[in-house]
Design a protein. Structure first.
Length: 158
């Protein structure tokens, strides 16, 4: 099932696809936006590094600090940065429970000048058992840098 979801998402956002190209007023992605890819990749890699260092506060810095932030993991929706941060602090009051995550790969697709969709695949030992999955995030560029504004995680235990 996880593979079918990944295939559907990838086909919808493949680098060759231009989902908004035929839409009146659509923004064409310019090469200068591709120059933003290293910053976005750095954002996602920083999430993994901070998670693996059990630095929950540092991890939360990569998230849009807004009541409009949205996270969904395993069918559970969390609305707002404050509620999301409270949930993580509660679930990982023992920071060692955060486990370790291995970042496998990432795909970045721009959908507007300052908005991109990322898909990153990972393996984790969180919750005392291995799991494989991927996270689909919408990231937006703010004056302080790129931040995750929406995150959706799919996973299955190994």
């Amino acid at each position: 099932m996880l593979r079918l979801i990944a295939i559907a998402l990838l086909s919808a956002v493949s680098p060759e696809s231009k989902p908004f190209a035929d839409t009146p007023g659509a923004v064409q992605i310019e090469s200068d936006q591709r120059a933003e890819e290293p910053e976005i990749r750095n954002l996602i890699e920083n999430q993994y590094e901070r998670w693996n260092n059990h630095d929950l506060e540092g991890f939360l810095e990569t998230i849009w600090k807004s009541p409009l932030f949205l996270s969904e993991v395993d069918g559970v929706f969390t609305f707002g940065w404050e509620k999301y941060s409270e949930k993580l602090r509660r679930e990982y009051s023992d920071r060692t429970a955060m486990g370790q995550v291995t970042h496998d790969r990432i795909q970045i697709n721009f959908v507007a000048p300052n908005i991109a969709l990322t898909i990153d695949w990972w393996t984790t030992t969180t919750h005392q058992r291995p799991a494989h999955g991927f996270t689909v995030s919408t990231v937006e560029k703010f004056p302080e840098g790129w931040r995750v504004i929406i995150g959706k995680t799919f996973y299955e235990n190994a």
